[in-house]
Each structure stands twice: as structure tokens, then as C-alpha cells.
Write a protein that binds this ligand. Sequence first.
Ligand SMILES: [Zn+2]
Length: 416
Amino acid sequence: MLAAVEGIEDEAIAFTSALIRIPTVNPPGEHYADCARLIGETLASLDFGVEYHAAEGRPEHTRDHPRVNVIGTRRGRSDRPLLHLNGHFDVVPAGDGWTVDPFGGEVRDGRIWGRGACDMKAGIAAAVFAVEAIRRAGVPLNGSVEISGTVDEESGGFAGVAWLAQQKRISADRTDFAIIPEPLGVDRICIGHRGVYWFEVQTRGRIAHGSMPFHGVSAIDHLGLVLDRMRRELQPALAARQTSVPVIPPAARHATLNVNGIAGGQAVDGIQTPCVADRCRAVFDRRFLIEEGFDNTRAEIVNLLESIARDVTDFSYALRDLMVVHPTRTPDGSPVVAALEQALQRVLGRSALVASPGTYDQKHFARIAGVPHCVAYGPGILDLAHQPDEYCDIADLMNATRVIALAVLDLTRTVC
Ligand SMILES: [Zn+2]
């Protein structure tokens, strides 16, 4: 069967390039329907049954920017086991600093170039042509395979995998295993990610004349106190905590906190009047470890704010939760990990387990669809994701195609 992969290299490259040439930029979510159609028509031409699922009812599914997902199904002798291969086809904006056309899909120097090359249009191509290689080798599947192209992973996946899971189109009732070919490195299997807690802290002061600030209470000063306490007390505590999950890079094995943005008082580029700021707010990005849990993570922030409120006269605040993503981790001994480890040993002679510093659609498979046996494995280098001059090595694309093809055989219990 692996010999069949050699014969499809040109097609896999051409398909990746064609996907890159559709600028599915998110935000706002451009050309999704075109990209879903390209994936759907390709799957149909390779003998998959194809369905389109527009995310009806989601607020981001609009006439200008429809959220269209596509699923192809190749049924084997039986419906189960069913392996679902999922790739998001949205990409982040190109940004500056490119030396190639970000949406040209150029093939040069053994690489495919462009926004989404590694994250994760090459991954979608690897999934499609892994299953196709099995067909060309004349091997009938025992179980079944689905391949989906989904939207909005970069903005949370709520109209993509989460929506398909809420509709029960991806669900434990039909789906046994899932592989998401995200670019974590061609020899690495990603077993999950840390949790995310985005929150806003607003401090409230009292307006007064700026020439007599002692008559007011500066909300900016008070938010400064919050930042100071976070830096002196919280940050060292977070840096001292370490997860047992193999998150990469190793510095991301600790709990972290980042300030996304801050605004208070008057707009600095507007006309100025002498006023003490009565409002200031900042948005924070706290990445928490599976060992910490969300409740403790939030309680720690509340405790810090409450302790400032006890120490500082007139300190008044409001805490608002903006987004919570719970950490996820593939269970130990999962068949999907074993299948990929074996396949990697055969194709590359090496494999490693890692976890992601950020989050991706695995959480929706695990928490909404109830499919815990899910990992990310795909071609491309993680560090190149969202960077200028993003590319995927053709050798990576083809090796990932081989590995996924072997895992498909294993997980569908197909004997070849
Ligand atoms: Zn991605």
C-alpha cells in the first residue's frame, strides 16, 4: 500500500496549492464556501460520499461570510470502527514580511509555500490522499473513514467542529477515533492542550479635575496595582507550576499569563481634558494546566483582587469571564496513539508524544462529541504556523500521508 503513496505525490501537492490559492482568511471568514466546494468535489471525484453542512443558527454564519463545512465518507465493509480525519481550512491573515505570494500556492525548493501551507492545508491533503492511496492499492476498508474540512478553528471552531458535534454529526454514537492533521511536526503525536481562561478586569475610580487628582480615585492607578501584584505574586507562582503533560516548547509546561490589552481614561489620540480616569480595564489570557483545573485558576484571580480590595481604600473592581477552554488530554493507552506510534516507527523510525501550548479543535471532539480517542498528527512545523513565508516540506507532506494511511488501516481494522 505504501508504494501507492509514491504515485499520488503530484496530486497531493497540486491539491495543497489549490487550497492555498483560496484565501480563506479568518477573520472575517472569506471564501469558505469555495474552499468547502473544492474539498467536496475532490472527495467526490475520489469516490467519497459528500455532505455540506452550513452552520445554520450560528451568528457568524452570514450571507456575506457563510460558514460551510464539508464531510466526505468512505464506507468500508462495516460502519465501525469509524475514523474521522478533520482539518480546518480557515487561515489567519497573511500579515507583513512575505517574500512569496501568500496566496500563490507556489511550489519551489521541495516546499509548498503560502498562508495555510502548514496550518493546515497540507494536513487536509495528507488526510485525503492517505485514504486515496489505500483505494489505489486495491485494499478494501473494513471499517469506515470520514474526512471533514471545517471552518473557524482559528477563532474557536464554534461554527465548525463544535457545531458539527452539537448537531451530533460528529458524535460518540458513530465516531470511534479522530486524527486532526495539525502541524505539530511530522514525527510527533499531539495528545492535547492546556486550558485557556480569558478574562477582563475593570477597575472603577471616581472622576475629578486633573489639576486636583486628590479629589478623585484613578482607575488607571488601581489597574496598575493589579498588574503589579500579578507580576510580583502571581507570575512567580505560575512559573513554579509544571504539568506532567509533554507540552512543547518546554517553557509552555508552566502556567502562563499574558495581558492582551488595556484601556482606561481618555482615548490617548483624542482631545484631552483634565480628568481623573474613572474606568480602566484590561483583558488577560491565562493558560492553565490540566493539574490546576479551571475552578482553582479562577479562584486564584478572585483571591488576588479581593486581597487588593482589602489593602487599598476605594479599590473597586469587576471581573468578567470572556472565554474558558478546558484542557484536554487523550487517554493513556488510546488505540489512536498506538496506531500512529507504530506507523511512525515504520515510516520514520521515530516518534514522540507532545501537547500543544495553544488550543485546537481536539477539545470539541472530546467535550462535545464525546470522542476522547482524538489526537493531532500532521505535516508541517509548528513554529511556522501564522508566520510570514509559511511553507510545508513536500517530504513532510508525503511522510504524513504514509503515516496516516497506515493508521487508517490499523484503526479501521483493515488487513492489507
Ligand atoms: Zn491549525
